[in-house]
Design a protein around this ligand. Structure first.
Ligand code: GAL
Ligand code: ZN
Length: 669
């Protein structure tokens, strides 16, 4: 376990560096990430490189035993670059350049960005290749899909389409451009989606998003290759920006050693919807799923957020520590806090760090120090541990994009609905691996594959093989609607999945915010909304029927025994309580242990290795909570006290980390 901070030496008087480094060391910090926005200091004018200041800053940190991760500075092209080579600037969908000012004012397909980006990366990676204090690299900062309409992008998009479709005839057919006279007769007519209307051809829009995502993945690969060439033996990572996003993280990270994430949980939990409360857990699970292994948090909340909006609430007492432990509990092996000092200059003056503007340690700082000391103590215990689960959830950037292009009903939200199913598992203490829908999921007891809206033969066959071999699969409404080119499929829904699910959709109603009721065959009354499929079971049995409106008594949820496995089809979007009731039944049916009934805002997670199981119990809420633990013997890793199984009480933002004693004994025996 490593603990660190993000630090901007170039913003502070050199006289402060020594004091900062000493104070960092005293606080247990062993990692600093720096320089990711410092292009104008590293190359003040074209071709003139200055690394002395960074050598000095790294030297000061190294003397205090602190290692450094350097960010390549390509998220902030300096003024001389955009001034002399304006093709660096992205162009919006009305044809206007997006000028320098904030950040990210660069087009990944710009020849000048590539040229000068390559040069600064060559220089900096060579310069620090043998510096032992520099242990790794972060590419750029929070890459997001290009949404650029410049000449280079238009040209590259055309090339991308030529490669995909070969001929214009094929493109016209696959996109269905005959609608509204959109047919192309010459490649020069093909442009990026200009004009800004969301109602353009959905196949065109989806391909443009894919192209934009490919451009950013390619830009990341280009950086990774340069770094690896010049600076072998040091890791390369990138700090992803939460969800939802348009770029495909699975592609963007194929060139990275591990994933990192910037984690800023909401501080205003008072009026928090339950769903927002569980956003963090899903983000962290998604991050772990990007490379299917442990990850880093490269920016962790440390103070009052602001700048991009009026300031929100300051992290409540316990929050900084509890959410840092939450990150660890879901697979983080390093926590880097954003940021050391709150900025006195620039646009981010009010996005607070561990230290306020006056620089004196306060409540938040002390809480961080507590976390840091605990992390140090628990490092040997956590070494080699990760999360292992019986359940996988299949996530897809493709579906996310397609649903953003064509929202299905009032309130229908891919990520939100995904989160609800994830939270339902979480509430019963069932961990899930959230993985790419194209990844291998054959070994899991239960696979939840929500809203497989775009579908092809390959995924249909993979799902079938999984169920044939005894897996339990959960499918939901809005599955099998389209092919991958965003064209509606010709058969009854869920099309390629109909045989597997043993049910078809006879009719559907996008009910939006009209709440519906349904009865489960075990007697519970459930509520749902957004969408109602009126189902006709073929080989499946109906396990829930609607009890409202004209579709009362029609089937809403089915269960199909198929070969050695089982397929559930949920034809509507269940609310939180209903999702929990149904998922508990499904998980038990699949032989997954559902050991908890957690109160709102409480999360558990288990990190384990061959030798041990470590149970994290986190109260992420502002109220005290009681949690009843499964019958085992526990020792608190924090206090070293023995804990009898039973109920534990956790105050607001409190954490317990428990080593399961008999689990250790059992695996040792
Ligand atoms: C992150 C970004 C940081 C900082 C932070 C606070 O998204 O990577 O550089 O801006 O947000 O706004
Ligand atoms: Zn561009």
């Amino acid at each position: 376990m490593k603990v660190g901070v993000d630090y901007y030496p170039e913003h502070w008087d050199v006289a402060l560096w020594e004091q900062d480094a000493r104070q960092m060391r005293e606080a247990g910090i062993t990692i600093v990430r720096l320089a990711e926005f410092a292009w104008s200091r590293l190359e003040p004018t074209e071709g003139k490189f200055e690394f002395e200041w960074l050598d000095q800053a790294i030297g000061v940190l190294a003397r205090h035993g602190i290692h450094v991760v350097i960010g390549t500075p390509t998220a902030t092209p300096p003024v001389w670059l955009t001034h002399n080579y304006p093709d660096v600037l992205p162009v919006d969908n009305k044809g206007n350049a997006i000028f320098a000012g904030v950040r990210l004012h660069r087009c990944y397909n710009s020849p000048s960005l590539r040229k000068f980006g390559e040069r600064i990366i060559e220089q900096i990676t060579r310069h620090y290749a043998t510096n032992p204090a520099v242990i790794g690299w972060q590419t750029d900062n929070e890459l997001a899909a290009n949404d650029c309409h410049c000449k280079s992008c238009t040209r590259s998009f055309r090339g991308w389409l030529q490669q995909k479709y070969g001929s214009l005839e094929t493109l016209n057919r696959e996109w269905g451009t005959v609608v509204w006279s959109g047919e192309y007769s010459d490649w020069d007519q093909v442009k990026t989606p200009l004009g800004g209307s969301p109602h353009l051809n959905p196949s065109f829009l989806l391909d443009f998003r894919r192209f934009s995502s490919d451009a950013v993945a390619d830009f990341n690969r280009f950086q990774a290759a340069l770094i690896r060439k010049n600076s072998p033996g040091k890791f390369v990572t990138h700090n992803l920006w939460g969800y939802p996003v348009t770029g495909d993280y699975y592609d963007m990270f194929d060139s990275m050693d591990f994933a990192s994430v910037d984690y800023y949980p909401a501080t205003d939990l008072l009026d928090d919807s339950k769903s927002r409360m569980y956003h963090g857990a899903l983000t962290l699970d998604l991050t772990r799923g990007v490379k299917r292994k442990n990850f880093w948090v490269m920016e962790q909340l440390s103070g009052t957020p602001g700048c991009w909006y009026p300031m929100s609430r300051t992290p409540f007492p316990g929050m900084i520590r509890a959410y840092a432990w939450q990150s660890v509990s879901r697979g983080a092996d390093a926590i880097v806090q954003f940021r050391w000092r709150s900025a006195r200059i620039g646009a981010e003056q009010f996005w607070h760090g561990l230290l306020d503007h006056h620089g004196q340690p306060g409540r938040r700082f002390e809480e961080f120090v507590q976390f840091s000391q605990e992390a140090q103590k628990l490092t040997p215990l956590l070494e080699g541990t990760t999360l292992k689960h019986d359940v996988a959830m299949l996530f897809s950037h493709e579906q996310l994009n397609a649903f953003q292009i064509q929202p299905q009903a009032d309130g229908f939200d891919y990520l939100g609905n995904f989160k609800r199913l994830h939270a339902a598992l979480l509430k019963m203490g069932v961990g899930a691996d959230v993985i790419n829908w194209r990844d291998d999921f054959q070994g899991y007891k239960l696979v939840v594959a929500p809203m497989l809206y775009l579908i092809d033969e390959t995924i249909a066959a993979t799902l079938k093989r999984y169920v044939d071999n005894g897996g339990t699969l959960v499918l939901t409404t809005r599955s099998g609607v389209k092919n991958l080119n965003n064209i509606c499929l010709p058969d009854r829904l869920p099309n390629l999945l109909t045989d597997l699910a043993g049910v078809y959709v006879n009719e559907y109603d996008p009910v939006g915010k009209d709440i519906q009721t349904l009865s489960l065959d075990s007697g519970e009354e459930l509520s749902s909304g957004q969408w109602c499929d009126i189902l006709t079971p073929v080989t499946a049995e109906s396990i829930a029927t609607y009890s409202s409106e004209y579709f009362a008594d029609e089937s809403a949820i089915t269960r199909n025994a198929h070969r050695k496995g089982v397929v559930y089809y949920i034809g509507t979007v269940l609310d939180e309580t209903a999702s929990q009731i149904l998922m508990r039944r499904i998980a038990s049916d699949a032989g997954v242990e559902c050991e908890f009934e957690l109160p709102d805002g409480v999360e558990v997670a288990v990190r384990s290795s061959e030798e041990r199981r470590i149970l994290f119990v986190l109260n992420l809420s502002k109220e005290s909570k009681e949690i009843s633990l499964p019958l085992r013997d526990y020792v608190s890793a924090l206090s070293d006290r023995r804990l009898p199984a039973g109920t534990i009480k956790l105050g607001p933002g409190s954490v317990e980390i428990l080593v399961e004693e008999n689990a250790t004994a059992a695996s040792a025996a």
